[in-house]
Each structure stands twice: as structure tokens, then as C-alpha cells.
Design a protein around this ligand. Structure first.
Ligand code: SAM
Ligand code: SF4
Length: 475
């Protein structure tokens, strides 16, 4: 197997796309899976070590249902050991759906004349954010098409609006971004606006397949997209999210490529992806893609468990694209973030009347329409701890995934206490009576699981302050 040294600077003219399709297929085609190897690899991951490409290929090539079950249980054990039971909640907010690209899978593509184009004006953004705050949201991801109008300055402007809206006790404390790749100057502009994570999904890492879906516009440049998070790093933005749109190419290849991308970021910047996303293609306005690379539920669960094991420190995001029953099932295999109360039609959070989803107003169909509070109720039933925590990034604990990974007790010291405090705020300010009653029981139970008496006392003291009206207390 050939190993090319990692070229890290995008200013280095030797920098090539670091995804080598032949190398990945070589691993997949020449790696055998035996029960001993699979168990060895699961054990390695549970001891919180990253998996290599070869080890990931072993898990991917495992087809024995009993071993696949062991992979899933391994992911569950790792999650419980490393992450505890907290689940971070957020909401997406689509700012504008104008787009000059023509991604064949997306309802926003330029050639889709059925799409209703809209960019929220400042006043509409404020209304959307007030509606989100009224539901108890504290973390948003702002989403944009790729269009000249959505410049870095414009994105920064919308981020600042989001941070500025305060309604009652409501406020947005972390704004993440999912938008087109930027140049280094653009990333600097966005960073200065105080964003959390910048997500860019490669969609498919296979260069030839990529071409067939991205026929025109800036996004047709595979290499520019692949190196976008290198430019982010050069701009000092070290909190980045990667992802694949599953259904465009062979899922086994894509999982390997996500790991290869992770290796690249770790080797070059000493910090891997803050999050990995794995959207599956959903129905969209005038979409007719065929099912050649459709990922069924069984393989979807398997690939999520493998990603969890392969990158123990990373945040894993499962969105409302997937139906509630499947999200409830998958959440146990290593998911750390989900969206709740999601609406993706432009301007729809502020609308008071409920209506059927209109695919011409949104990017794709969402399949989990539960409210944020319904999701919180169900998390309680699953013995999980909903969290609106935004502490690490505001405390300057960047590279936090590494800390989670490497510092023993990180969860008990920071994540669980902050989850408890942000949940307490939610119960005081937004929860209906039954949720509040159950929620305080959940808090009681989770306080007992904290690291030591000192932390327990500090949490209890802050909860009293929250009950007396103070907000935004964190460790
Ligand atoms: N326009 C920016 C870009 O392309 O990078 C922002 C991303 S787009 C608004 C958000 C993500 O939605 C895309 O990166 C893609 O992975 C996903 N997506 C697009 N069409 C989809 C579909 N039909 N079903 C599910 N997800 C889809
Ligand atoms: Fe535009 Fe992004 Fe949709 Fe492509 S995925 S058509 S770039 S909004």
C-alpha cells in the first residue's frame, strides 16, 4: 500500500486532493473480516483509540449478522463510556434558498423552476429567532444556498442578528453554519462574527461520481470543496464539521473517505472534525435520482455504529430527515446531537398555522415533525439527558472533542453539569407542567451520577440560582 506524506498547506503547490479512490477501494477489496479481528477492533475503539483505514475496512466488510450486532453494541458501550447519556439539541434555520449551483439531488438547484426562492430580510430573521427562542432553543445552525448574495459579510451579518435577539429569557448562544465553502479571507470574516462550527459536506468523496451530480456552478470544483476546511483552518477556524450525503455513491467508500478526511485534518492541524454528519437523500421538489446507491436502514445503522467506533471523540449528528422511530432506535449507537422542532421551509418558524410540508418551499422532506418538547419528553423516557450546552466554545475550550477524548472525566466534569443546568433553565422557562415534573426527576437522578460531592454541591447551588431567576450559568 502506498503512503503519500500529508501535504498540509493549501499554499503548497504539491497539495493534491488527499482522497485517493484507488487506495480506498484497495482497502475495501483486500481486507478480510474475521470474528477475532472484528472483536479486537471493537475492543481497541472502546479503549478510546481511533481506528485506522484498514480497521475501518474490516468492520465495513463484516456481513455476519451476529458480528454486526457486536459492532452496534460496541458503539453503544463506547457512547455510554465516553459520552454518558447527554444529547445536545439544536435547530436549523434556513436563511436563503437562492442558488447558482445545480446539485441534482437538491430542491434548491438553479434549474428547479418550481422552487419558491426567498431570502429572509433582517426583520424576518428576527421573527424566526424569536419563535425559536420561544420554544427554548439555544443553539442554531444557519443554512444558505450558494449565491453571490450570501457573501461572507452577509453571513456574518445574519450571525450577528441571531446573537442579538433576546426575548424574555431567550437567547441564542451558539450559531453554527452550513454554507458554501469560502476562501481564507471569507472564513476569517465569519470567524470574527463568533460562529461555532462551520460545516461543509463533501456530498460524495468519489471524484468521478461527484462530477455527475455537480454539473455547473462553483460546486462543480471537487478539489476546492475538499480543501475548504483546510482554508478554514488557515483562517484560524478550527471548529469544522464534515459529512456525506448518503445515496450518491457506495456507502462503504464514503465511510472510508470520511475517515481519510479525519486523518488528514488530524495530521495537518492536530484537531479532527468537531462533527460528522450523515444525511440520507430525501424526497425533494422535482427530484428523480433513482435508487442505485440507496442506503437501507440496516446499512445506515451499521455505518453509523462504524463511524462512532472509528472516531471516538467526534460529535455525530442525526437530523430530522429521518423518521422519529428510526431516530429513537439509532440514537443509542453513538449519536451526540439531534435537531428538534425542525422546520425547513423558509420563514416557517414564525408561522402560526400548521400545514403540510410544501417541497417547493424547502430543500427536502423532513420525516420527524415532533416539537422540541415532544422530543425532550421522549429523551427522558429513554433515560437520556437533553442538553442546550454551549459552554466549551464560550470558555475557549476549543478542540473540545480532543478533550472529551483524552481527558478522563470530561463528561462528568463539564458536559453533564452543563446539560443539567441548561435543562433546568428549559424546565423553568418553557416546559409544560408534565415535562417539568418529569424533568426535575431526571435532573435529581443525573446529579447523583456526577463526579464528586464538590461538583454536586456546585451544580445544586447553581440550580437554586436558576430557580431564583439567574440564567446562563455554566462550568
Ligand atoms: N448550499 C450549501 C452547500 O451546498 O454546501 C449549503 C448546504 S445545503 C443547504 C445542506 C445540505 O443538505 C447539503 O450539503 C446536502 O448534503 C444536503 N441535501 C441536499 N439535498 C438533499 C436531499 N434531497 N435530501 C437530504 N439532504 C439533502
Ligand atoms: Fe445549492 Fe447547496 Fe442545494 Fe447544491 S446543495 S443546489 S449548492 S443549496
Amino acid at each position: 500500500m502506498k503512503f503519500t506524506p500529508e501535504i498540509c498547506s493549501i499554499k503548497d503547490e504539491r497539495m493534491q486532493p488527499f482522497i485517493d479512490a484507488d487506495e480506498i477501494w484497495n482497502y475495501l477489496n483486500n481486507t478480510a473480516s474475521t470474528p477475532e479481528r472484528v472483536r479486537e477492533i471493537i475492543a481497541k475503539s472502546i479503549s478510546k483509540q481511533r481506528l485506522t483505514l484498514e480497521e475501518t475496512a474490516v468492520l465495513i466488510n463484516t456481513n455476519d449478522p451476529l458480528l454486526i450486532e457486536e459492532i452496534k453494541q460496541g458503539a453503544r458501550t463506547l457512547k455510554e463510556k465516553v459520552y454518558g447519556n447527554r444529547i445536545v439539541l439544536f435547530a436549523p434555520l434556513y436563511i436563503g434558498n437562492k442558488c447558482s449551483n445545480n446539485c441534482t439531488y437538491c430542491g434548491f438547484r438553479a434549474s428547479n423552476t418550481e422552487a419558491e426562492r426567498k431570502t429572509l430580510n433582517d426583520e424576518e430573521i428576527v421573527k424566526e429567532i424569536e419563535a425559536l427562542e420561544d420554544n427554548g432553543q439555544k443553539r442554531l445552525i444557519l443554512v444558505y444556498g450558494e449565491h453571490a448574495q450570501y457573501s461572507p459579510e452577509y453571513i456574518a451579518h445574519t450571525v450577528k442578528i441571531a446573537y442579538g435577539v433576546k426575548k424574555g429569557n431567550g437567547e441564542i448562544r451558539r450559531v453554527n453554519i452550513n454554507a458554501a465553502p469560502l476562501d481564507i479571507k471569507g472564513f476569517k470574516t465569519i470567524k470574527e462574527a463568533g460562529i461555532g462550527t462551520y460545516q461543509v459536506f463533501q456530498e460524495t468523496y468519489h471524484p468521478e461520481a461527484y462530477k455527475t451530480y455537480h454539473l455547473r456552478g462553483k460546486k462543480a470544483d471537487y478539489g476546492y470543496r475538499l480543501t475548504s476546511l483546510d482554508r478554514a483552518q488557515e483562517a484560524g477556524l478550527d471548529d469544522v464539521g464534515i459529512g456525506v450525503l448518503f445515496g450518491l455513491y457506495d456507502w462503504r467508500f464514503e465511510v472510508m473517505a470520511l475517515i481519510r478526511h479525519t486523518n488528514h485534518l488530524e495530521a495537518c492541524y492536530n484537531v479532527g472534525p468537531h462533527t460528522i454528519s450523515f444525511p440520507r437523500i430525501k424526497d425533494a421538489s422535482t427530484l428523480d435520482l433513482g435508487e442505485k446507491y440507496f442506503v437501507n436502514d440496516e446499512n445506515f445503522v451499521k455505518l453509523i455504529a462504524i463511524l462512532r467506533l472509528a472516531v471516538p471523540y467526534t460529535g455525530m449528528i442525526l437530523t430530522a430527515r429521518e423518521p422519529a422511530w428510526l431516530r429513537n432506535e439509532i440514537i443509542q449507537f453513538g449519536i451526540s446531537q439531534i435537531d428538534g422542532g425542525t422546520k425547513i421551509e423558509l420563514g416557517s418558524y414564525a408561522e402560526t398555522l400548521n400545514h403540510e410540508q410544501d417541497l417547493n418551499r424547502g430543500q427536502f422532506r423532513i420525516n420527524d415533525e415532533r416539537s422540541l418538547n415532544e422530543i425532550i419528553d421522549e429523551l427522558f423516557e429513554k433515560d437520556m439527558l437533553p442538553s442546550f450546552c454551549t459552554a466549551c466554545y464560550r470558555m475557549g475550550r476549543t478542540g473540545e472533542h480532543f478533550m472529551e477524548f483524552s481527558v478522563p472525566g470530561f463528561i462528568k466534569r463539564y458536559c453533564s453539569p452543563n446539560a443539567i443546568l441548561t435543562l433546568a433553565e428549559y424546565l423553568m422557562d418553557y416546559a409544560p407542567k408534565n415535562t417539568a415534573i418529569r424533568g426535575w426527576e431526571v435532573i435529581e437522578k443525573n446529579i447523583k451520577l456526577l463526579e464528586n460531592e464538590k461538583v454536586i454541591d456546585a451544580v445544586k447551588e447553581r440550580i437554586e440560582k436558576i430557580k431564583n431567576g439567574e440564567r446562563d450559568l455554566y462550568f
